[in-house]
Design a protein around this ligand. Structure first.
Ligand code: ATP
Ligand code: MG
Length: 350
């Protein structure tokens, strides 16, 4: 490492903020080494696709400078229902090597894209109740999307060593910070500006994932329309500032009705999960992403779904040295969930 940057940085490139987290191993766990959030101009990334790579590279470079990022290696991630397919499938029992060879063939019927256009990966979860069958998590990601992200990160001067999936990073974050509860099903919900990542864990193992393209942009757009505001001002209003004579109190109703739209999607996904699996009901929701910071969003989920909802604390088991502004971190911790999960990954991980 020429630049003395040991280890890799977790870089969550969202459509509204880039989040960076670096951890180091400390006695019995992890310690925070670097933490940064960098806002992105709107419309550089739309629907998980990079629309303006030049400006995204500039933003990344800016962040690297302001955050003092010395590490060269980065772990990044991708999400979104239009470019990532994650499915739990049932296959005849075979070894990992055997599946590596036949995965393309097996995947074909589950992936709605040309199989040559995707990178495939899988994880064998274990034997099924039916003899001779096994459960496998199949992951297919469009190659062009992976390449877009890899190129941007390289252009910004970093070396992308792992391209992860947002919902897997969330599971990683959860596994490090929370006790695995064998008989409870936990729904991890990460709701950013334009994407919902949902992952349901049973005994710590993922049994269901789903991405939808909805998020807190709905709040921003509703505020823009209602009060005739610019994107920037609507964002400030959403975060609780008064703008152009509109107070957060005035904005409350508009925010709540946009939240209803997002809630409908969540409830639909929960219903779908309940209708397609034999697993028991959801016991708890752990909410992360920008939506977790919106007034009573967590309470609204709890009320509508009937499931106890907690806001994620991605730094629950991570030591935060005194040099960091603790209250600043606490304030936005829920949006760091994916970045923490990425920072936990090690080179050589699958
Ligand atoms: N304090 C706050 N109060 C309300 N909303 C906030 C606050 N801070 C951020 N947000 C909103 O959260 C969203 C950003 O969250 P997050 O970083 O999880 O999204 P993202 O990862 O950039 O987006 P995506 O993954 O959907 O592309 C933005 O829409 C932003 O306006
Ligand atoms: Mg995100």
């Amino acid at each position: 490492m020429l630049f003395g940057g040991k280890g890799s940085i977790g870089l969550d490139i969202g459509s509204s903020y880039i989040k960076a987290v670096k951890l180091k191993e400390a006695k019995g766990g992890y310690e925070l080494e670097l933490f940064n959030v960098h806002p992105l101009p709107p419309e550089l990334i739309v629907d998980g696709s990079i629309i303006d790579s030049l400006r995204l590279v500039d933003s990344l470079k800016e962040m690297i400078t302001t955050a003092g990022i010395k590490a060269k290696n980065a772990v990044i991630s991708i999400s979104g229902h239009s470019s990532v397919i994650i499915k739990r499938i049932s296959l005849p029992e075979m070894t990992e090597e055997e599946l590596s060879e036949s995965i393309k063939f097996e995947a074909e019927q589950y992936v709605p894209f040309d199989i040559e256009d995707v990178n495939l990966d899988f994880q064998i979860i274990g034997p099924k109740d039916e003899p001779g069958q096994m459960d496998v998590i199949l992951v297919a990601v469009k190659k062009d999307i992976i390449n877009e992200y890899i190129n941007v990160v390289r252009e910004a001067g970093l070396n992308p060593i792992i391209v992860d999936i947002d919902s897997f990073a969330l599971e990683n974050m959860y596994g490090t910070n929370y006790e695995v509860e064998l008989d409870r099903n936990i729904a991890l919900l990460n709701i950013g500006a334009s994407t919902i990542n949902m992952s349901i864990l049973k005994g710590g193992i993922s049994v269901f994932t789903r991405d939808s393209s909805l998020g807190s942009n709905l709040h921003t757009e509703a505020l823009q329309r209602e009060f005739n505001l610019s994107y920037e001002n609507a964002e400030r209003l959403k975060r609780g500032e008064s703008v152009e004579n509109v107070s957060p109190e005035d904005a409350k109703g508009v925010i709540e009705s946009a939240s209803e739209e997002i809630l409908n999607e969540i409830i639909r996904s929960f219903d779908y999960y309940r209708s397609t699996t034999v697993h028991e009901d959801i016991s708890e929701v752990i909410l992360s992403g920008g939506c977790a910071l919106i007034g009573n969003f967590a309470a609204m989920i709890a009320e509508r779904s009937g499931v106890e909802t907690r806001i994620a604390d991605p730094f629950k088991n991570i030591k935060i040295p005194k040099k960091f502004d603790m209250s600043g971190i606490e304030e936005i911790a829920p949006i760091m969930a994916v970045a923490v999960g990425l920072a936990l990954r090690k080179q050589g991980d699958r």
